[in-house]
Design a protein around this ligand. Structure first.
Ligand code: NAD
Length: 351
């Protein structure tokens, strides 16, 4: 018998195809009438189209979301929300857009409806990472947890294959680390395993045919579950390394996750044989670390940090930053093995 503690998070999820048609009803259900729609600059047209369809329920569009949620952008967005008298936020996009919505909610308490278009999973978490003066700090507060999430598989059909793969592997990393989390519990572990199975059956199918609605549906389902894991339990070495690498060398978020994951799994494998068997079973492989490394290659994603712009001279700095403050991980964090992990990940060697 295992003892555990489980904290449930509130939230409403609508999942399906064409779910965005229910946005107006969801805004009214929150007793709101003026939604500020958020997007990245690239998706301004889509956000304007959404606003047009909402008619008077749309207060306006703010299409300036960028990666890593810079505080100046969030403060500008808050001013826009206030000047338009917005009474809720609708964030359409990936983790960058969701992050902006959370940053506005943190400062205004406005309710959020998120329509995710990647597999990053931020919509299911009470976590916000913000960047100020080049430093990214992360906080956990229920103030940023979205009230409603509308998963519409149709909005993911145009997600480029390369982004789909790395974003999917980013989600896989949430599920993997949930399985060996300090706060692991039977419910979250079931969710994590189901998430891994959903990605195991969908990622190659998406690469073969990006418009495959069934594969897209499975990946989005996996993303919901992985995001739920990320919101429910604390993460470990893998997320710490990605945070350090992304923040220090400005590396792309999802690609960095895809590169590090097999190495983080290999690092923890000796201490977590049961978890390793679960990951291996989900992906139909003997060795979970090598299996994920091979899968990453077959899916066409980059496997070395040098390919995404990390300088070799940065390895020592990353070792220092990843080992200086203690944090939970199944296996002790030690500079020697972490240096070896990073050296392999930098070169693109197998784990
Ligand atoms: P992103 O939101 O930056 O999107 C990646 C790229 O995909 C962008 O160029 C975007 O324009 C494009 N895109 C998104 N949806 C598309 C679609 N349907 N069709 C075509 N193109 C589309 O990246 P992301 O990986 O989703 O999110 C990364 C950010 O989210 C990071 O800042 C990360 O720290 C944060 N994040 C936070 C949490 C959390 O719990 N707080 C969880 C995961 C990620």
């Amino acid at each position: 018998m295992n003892s555990f503690t489980y904290d449930a998070l509130p939230g409403r999820v609508l999942f399906g195809a064409g779910t965005r048609e229910r946005l107006a009803d969801e805004i009214k259900r929150l007793n709101c009438a003026h939604a500020l729609i958020l997007a990245t600059p690239r998706h301004e047209t889509a956000a304007n189209e959404l606003a047009r369809r909402l008619g008077p329920l749309a207060a306006g569009v703010f299409a300036e979301a960028v990666m890593h949620t810079p505080v100046p952008v969030s403060e500008r967005a808050v001013k826009v929300a206030q000047s338009l008298r917005a009474d809720c936020i609708v964030a359409v996009g990936g983790g960058s857009t969701t992050g902006l919505g959370k940053a506005i909610a943190l400062r205004t308490d406005l309710p959020q409806i998120v329509i995710p278009t990647t597999y990053a999973g931020s919509e299911m978490t009470p976590i916000l990472g913000e960047t100020a003066d080049g430093v990214k700090t992360t906080q956990r507060t229920l103030k940023v947890l979205p009230e409603v999430v509308l998963y519409d598989v149709e909005l993911t059909l145009a997600l480029p294959v390369a982004v789909s793969v790395t974003s999917g592997l980013n989600a896989v990393a949430h599920a993997v680390e949930a399985l060996y989390a300090k706060e692991r519990n039977p419910l979250v572990s079931l969710i994590a395993e189901e998430s891994l199975r959903a990605f195991a059956r969908s990622l190659a199918a998406i690469v073969a045919n990006p418009k495959d609605v069934n594969a897209r549906g499975a990946a989005l389902y996996g993303a919901w579950l992985a995001g739920t894991c990320l919101g429910a339990v604390g993460m470990a070495l893998h997320h710490k390394l990605c945070h350090v690498l992304g923040g220090t060398f400005d590396l792309p978020h999802a690609e960095t996750h895809a590169i590090i994951l097999p190495h983080a799994i290999a690092y923890n494998a000796p201490l977590e044989p049961v978890v390793m068997r679960k990951i291996a079973e989900a992906f139909g492989t003997e060795d979970p670390a090598v299996g994920l490394y091979d899968l990453t290659g077959r899916l066409g994603a980059k496997r070395s940090l040098k390919e995404v712009g990390m300088p070799e001279a940065g390895i020592e700095r990353a070792v220092m930053l990843a080992t200086q403050n203690p944090y939970w991980n199944p296996r002790k964090i030690e500079p020697g093995p972490i240096r070896e992990l990073l050296r392999r990940a930098w070169s693109g060697d197998p784990p």
